[in-house]
Design a protein around this ligand. Structure first.
Ligand SMILES: Cc1ncc(COP(=O)(O)O)c(C=O)c1O
Length: 380
């Protein structure tokens, strides 16, 4: 019944956990990968106005030009990168953007280097595109940044693409300035596509400023999204940036799979991009306050160590000293503290020994979750 390419696609372990948690009363979820903020009012108003103005028809396959132009201006503003609107394709979230890159650029048997641990979609997109995911480790002692030798070791004649996601889901790790050149050089030397999923690039702390691979390497494909920075997960707007030769095959798939995006959502996105960015800064400031709370709290738990994430709204805590596996720890917390944390192995084998905690959750709830977890661990 099922097509071969879908057989290996793994159902999300995070959803499975959320389903279990729903059946328990008074649960606090640190599992969720979604802002708890509502979309800012001016963005919603722009979408409502679009409906009232009758903007309800199809738009260009590649995406409403004015939104692409606003994205191009954003790249100039943030990274001094000269991105032409022609090199931008609007997609149904970063999910579709990543999927198109795999489907449009890889052939059966091509190998793709994917970090371990990392967000779940890359490996599954490899299966759907008949390419082969090859994992390389991201180690805690290296702040979950990729090490040159770990990547080089996995490269052979079949390797076609390297995938990275920084700031990283699930680790909260970021790249250092020197990493951009080191990674670009590897890709150039081995003629690889470099897919950089920059979904969390605006959710960063401690004054950290990410750089952009577009400034380093021509065969870069950027996937990005408005889901997290503007709290617009349900609007489904994201995009790809790439040179024409790479974007054209992606557009071909997009035009028959999706055709174009939801017009009111695009008007809302336009308002998001062209209005004051204070709403983003306010949300990021609040995430930072919560991060400080949760990291300090986790580090006080017996057997738990957590490095300070510099980006995203996740922290990835090492729980090996508790003597439990990630699964055991996550089950233990759900059963004894009514707190949802995601077992690290959901993101790859190298995630074993860790748990991911999201702080896209109310400050008071995080406080309560930490107390409950401490009590549960002390009662063993
Ligand atoms: C790293 C990463 N990339 C992409 C996505 C997908 O986001 P979108 O809502 O834009 O499809 C997510 C969502 O959690 C994510 O964490």
């Amino acid at each position: 019944m099922v097509a071969d390419r879908v057989k290996q696609v793994i159902p999300s372990k995070i959803r499975e956990l959320s389903e279990r948690a729903k059946k328990i009363e008074n649960v606090i979820s640190l599992g969720i990968g979604e802002p708890d903020f509502d979309t800012p009012v001016h963005i919603k108003e722009a979408a409502k106005k679009a409906l009232d103005d009758g903007l309800t028809g199809y738009t260009e396959n590649q995406g409403l030009f004015k939104v692409r132009k606003a994205i191009s201006d954003r790249y100039m503003r943030l990274f001094s990168s000269d991105v032409h609107p022609q090199n931008i394709l609007l997609t149904a979230g970063a999910y579709e953007a990543v999927y198109l890159a795999f489907m449009g650029l890889l052939n059966r048997g091509d190998e793709v280097l994917i970090p371990d641990p990392t967000f779940l979609c890359y490996e599954n997109d490899a299966y759907m595109s008949d390419s082969v995911p090859v994992r390389f480790p991201l180690l805690e002692e290296n702040s979950f940044r990729p090490a040159q030798d770990d990547m080089l070791e996995k490269i052979n004649d079949k390797t076609k693409m390297l995938v990275l996601n920084y700031p990283s889901n699930p680790t909260g790790g970021v790249l250092e300035k020197s990493d951009y050149k080191m990674i670009s050089d590897i890709c150039e030397d081995h003629d690889l596509y470099l897919l950089s999923d920059d979904t969390y690039e605006e959710i960063v702390y401690d004054g950290y400023k990410p750089d952009c691979f577009l400034n380093y390497y021509d065969k870069t494909i950027i996937t990005n999204s408005f889901s997290k920075n503007y709290a617009m997960t349900g609007w489904r707007v994201g995009f790809v940036v790439a040179e024409k030769e790479m974007l054209t095959p992606m557009l071909r798939i997009h035009q028959y799979a999706v055709s174009c995006l939801n017009t009111p959502a695009l008007e809302g996105t336009y308002a998001a991009l062209t209005s004051s960015q204070d709403c983003v800064h306010t949300m990021v400031k609040e995430y930072e306050r919560r991060r400080n709370l949760i990291v300090a709290g986790l580090n006080k738990l017996p057997g738990v160590n957590c490095i300070n994430p510099k980006g995203t709204f996740y922290c990835f805590a090492n729980i090996t000293k508790t003597g439990m596996t990630s699964r055991e720890f996550s089950d233990f917390m759900l059963d004894n503290a009514k707190v949802v944390v995601v077992p690290g192995d959901a993101f790859g084998d190298r995630g074993e020994g860790f748990i991911r905690c999201s702080f896209a959750t109310d400050y008071k709830k995080i406080e309560e979750a930490l107390i409950r977890m401490e009590n549960a661990l002390k009662s063993i």
